[in-house]
Design a protein around this ligand. Structure first.
Ligand code: SF4
Ligand code: SF4
Length: 357
């Protein structure tokens, strides 16, 4: 029994240019800090099994000896329990492509649309090899984000390999601007889940946040995805609270009306990630209060709710539980009121599209 984390022994994360164990490091990549690397330079090579697990053991052994790797310090994934010694992978994040058909003001890519890549390397052959060689365990959880999955060139092949085959559990972030029939099939197969950040209930605000006039198309596609009970249950509609833009109950109520009309039951509420980075995790109580109020309203209307994850990623509080982080956050952190000018808060959008400057 010792403190460690599941991913340090069984996780993989494919980035554009590097291969890491996870993307959960509290270290802030925007500020140049790094995740726990397996290879810090990587371009789609099939890393042999021995090298893979040797690299992971360098981090895992520090935990085993009672320490904590610097890149893992304060990570919310750390827990104390018995850990197995087997060599297999059971959680993978795919985030090596950045191309997208939207240009959200909060996008973590830090890239202008013309700089975003279809893919840095092909991932299907790597995953196929690892599956065929028993390195990836059946039932492995895949998180696919990075750019927009529905326009990613390997999307259909990945859905066949991982989801429609029934091999894995697949969680996909999509903006739903483009409909994918294969994705619908995967949702309907019952082991794929999508998260769509709608963030608003109106075309005008959608355009402001996503910087593309595609609100009506997204609603149309959500309706197409939600045509069976199984596919409906696999859909999660997300409201990312963006300071000064959609941080009000009126907009959230419009958002809920859309969810109800489509029949989506699962609502995720989050806070825009760079805000908490920018404010050094001193989150204004206004945003905590409004997130809790939103959750209460959604629960009253019988939605399933989750309070999600940027707080958890960005706080140093170890007690936070991923699925109820705000409650824990409130209990354990002394908030400082953050009173800077709102324009100052949004300096960080300088990281966003260069085309929109
Ligand atoms: S402790 Fe956190 S940062 Fe370290 S490997 Fe686990 S999930 Fe990644
Ligand atoms: S949908 Fe928005 S947040 Fe997601 S990759 Fe595209 S621009 Fe970024």
């Amino acid at each position: 029994m010792y403190k460690s984390c599941e991913l340090v022994k069984h996780g993989l994360c494919f980035f554009d240019g590097s291969l890491a164990i996870c993307c959960h490091s509290p270290a802030d990549q925007i500020n140049g800090q790094t995740p726990p690397f397996i290879r810090d330079t990587y371009n789609g090579e099939i890393v042999p099994k021995e090298e893979l697990f040797q690299a992971m053991d360098k981090y895992a052994d520090i935990f085993k000896q009672g320490g904590c790797p610097a890149v893992c310090a304060n990570c919310f994934k750390i827990e104390e329990k018995e850990w197995d010694e087997e060599k297999y992978i059971n959680q993978i994040t795919i985030a090596h492509f950045t191309k997208c058909n939207a240009d959200c003001i909060y996008c973590a890519n830090n890239l202008a649309p013309h700089e975003r890549k279809q893919n840095a390397y092909k991932i299907y052959p790597i995953l196929k090899n690892y599956i065929d060689n028993g390195i990836i365990k059946k039932g492995c959880e895949f998180h696919i984000s990075g750019g927009e999955f529905s326009i990613y060139e390997e999307a259909d092949d990945l859905l066949d390999l991982l989801a429609i085959s029934g091999f894995a559990k697949v969680i996909i972030a999509t903006n739903a601007i483009k409909y994918s029939d294969k994705l619908f099939k995967a949702l309907n197969a019952g082991n794929t889940f999508v998260c769509v950040s709608l963030d608003c209930g109106s075309r005008k605000l959608f355009k402001k946040i996503k910087r593309i006039d595609a609100f009506d198309k997204v609603i149309e596609n959500l309706e197409k995805y939600a045509t069976t009970e199984t596919s409906k249950n696999a859909m999660h509609l997300k409201y990312i609270i963006i300071p000064s833009i959609n941080d009000n109950i009126k907009e959230f109520n419009e958002f809920l009306k859309i969810a109800k009309k489509i029949g989506i039951k699962n609502i995720i509420i989050d806070l825009e990630g760079r805000y908490s980075r920018y404010t050094n995790n001193k989150i204004d109580s206004y945003f905590i209060d409004i997130a809790l109020k939103m959750e209460e309203i959604a629960k009253e209307q019988n939605f399933n709710t989750e309070l999600y994850q940027f707080f958890a990623h960005n706080t140093t509080n170890k007690k936070i539980k991923r699925n109820h982080f705000i409650i824990n956050f409130i209990k354990s952190i002394k908030f400082k009121y953050f009173s800077k000018d709102i324009k100052e808060l949004y300096k960080h959008h300088n990281y966003g599209s260069k085309l929109n400057k």
